[in-house]
Design a protein around this ligand. Structure first.
Ligand code: FAD
Length: 423
């Protein structure tokens, strides 16, 4: 974008400025523009190249479990002792980590889990419908509704899968328990035997970057403006209102502002006078060419927490959760663990041809629920951050929810559950 265009953007008063161009910011901006608002979306890098870029692409309301599920404590201690386990917490004396762990433990109870599941399923179901419509308009999104198969080698894994099935069934998500023969009949590309599994027939997937590009293109078609390589630096306030924002490309102003900066949001706590306990939960994806025995449906190998996504020309193996905050390094051992775990249940070639190893930082809150709502003190500032491992599946729904909140329509939401000032 040249200087004349940037000057024109600076001289325009927008209805809404959205900060952060991941799935959350882009869907928020797109929905507001669809409702007739004049929207500016700013992104410090390139649209969709943060955590939303290489995720598994799952749009799966059955995965609406918040991170601190009851019973996770024992399991996570076991995982932590295993250097290749799916969960790792980088030791640190940081008060942010201490607070996060304290709040995480406090939220590990049935009452909170039930409330969080209801809220997250709601966002996921709204998103699924919205993605289906987006996929119909933009075939490049590769929206496919083939269901999702959870498989397990051991009985504890089966018990966990059945527990998830029953919890989401109460919210209208159908699932069917399967034995090993039924799993192999449904997905012959798997290596059995299994202790059991669950098939959720209505779950979907899409190509994550293409989803964001489709939303960005819809945003532009509704007169929205996107500024890339424009880093937000701070809010300029007068009294209890934000007047403008300062960025690396100058100042911009709007009637209202939404912060959607994913795992970078914690650093804005002091600036906002608000505790935003978001830690980066690093995960990896290995992208390889399509297998000779390519699975047909997405598969979750539950006890290893490995997400296997078959695409038309490739295979994506994703997993691990390393609570590390802003550390983007790649731990080779954990990448190998994803490959080894996948090999247990898939017919991988002896040496897989890796096209890309990607890592992303999931914005993780200690109660496993995003912060969606108005800032408690600044009357024209809103937050939509902290979507942890579910940012794609809840993303579009959170954009619709944010637009409703800005329009004052809050009665359909459990606003306390998502309240930005709850910590
Ligand atoms: C391995 C892996 C697999 C996953 N699989 C799935 C899945 O299958 N389904 C699912 O639902 N979720 C999945 N997730 C989680 C999902 O990817 C995230 O929840 C989601 O991407 C978060 O979106 P976001 O928009 O909040 O963050 P991001 O995509 O990270 O976007 C935030 C944006 O804000 C920008 N930004 C930050 N600071 C500033 C600033 N100062 N100024 C301007 N811009 C700024 C960043 O550059 C970034 O582009 C997975 C995650 C990982 C790591």
């Amino acid at each position: 974008m040249n200087m004349t265009t940037i000057n024109a953007v600076q001289n325009t008063k927008y209805d809404l400025i959205v900060i952060g161009g991941g799935i959350i910011g882009t869907s928020t901006a797109c929905e507001a523009a669809s409702r007739g608002q004049k929207v500016l979306l700013i992104e410090k890098g390139h649209i969709g190249k943060g955590c939303s870029y290489g995720n598994a692409g799952w749009m799966t309301p059955c995965f609406a479990m918040p991170l601190p599920m009851p019973g996770l404590l024992l399991k996570s201690m076991k995982w932590m002792l295993d250097p290749e386990g799916p969960l790792y917490i980088k030791p640190s004396l940081s008060p942010d980590l201490a607070y996060w762990l304290f709040a995480f433990m406090r939220n590990m109870n049935e009452k909170q889990a039930a409330r969080a599941i209801a809220g997250l399923v709601g966002l996921s179901k709204t998103s699924l419908t919205a993605y289906k419509n987006l996929g119909a308009k933009h075939p490049e999104v590769h929206f496919e509704q083939k269901g999702l198969l959870m498989v397990n080698r051991n009985k504890a894994g089966v018990a966990a899968a059945l527990d998830e099935m029953h919890r989401v069934a109460d919210h209208g998500i159908p699932g069917k328990a399967l034995n090993s023969d039924e799993i192999l009949a449904l997905e012959p590309a798997l290596k059995g035997p299994f202790a059991g599994g669950v098939y959720f027939p209505e779950e979907a997937m899409g190509e994550p970057l293409k989803v964001i590009e489709a939303l960005a293109s819809d945003l532009k078609s509704k007169n929205g403006v996107i500024l890339e390589e424009c880093e937000f630096l701070g809010f300029n306030q007068s009294g209890a209102k934000v007047n403008s924002i300062s960025t690396t490309l100058g100042q911009f102003s709007a009637e209202k502002y939404v912060l959607a900066t994913g795992s970078w949001s914690k650093d804005m706590s002091r600036m906002l006078g608000l505790r935003i306990p978001i830690l980066g939960g690093k995960g990896y994806a290995i992208i390889s060419p399509k297998l000779e025995q390519q699975p047909k449906i997405p598969i979750m190998y539950l006890e290893k927490k490995i997400a296997i996504t078959p695409r038309s020309n490739s295979l994506r193996l994703a997993g691990t959760l390393e609570l590390v905050d802003q550390d983007f390094s790649i731990t080779e051992r954990r990448v190998k663990a994803i490959e080894r775990g996948s090999r247990e249940i898939l017919h991988l070639p002896e040496k897989i041809q890796v096209q890309e190893v990607w890592r992303g930082l999931r914005p993780c809150t200690p109660d496993g629920v995003p912060l969606i709502g108005a800032h408690p003190k600044l009357s024209n500032l809103y937050l939509n951050v902290g979507h942890q491992m579910l940012g794609l599946q809840t993303g579009y729904g959170s954009g619709l929810m944010m637009a409703d909140i800005i329009d004052g329509k809050t009665k359909d939401y459990d606003m306390g559950l998502f309240a930005p000032d709850r910590f």
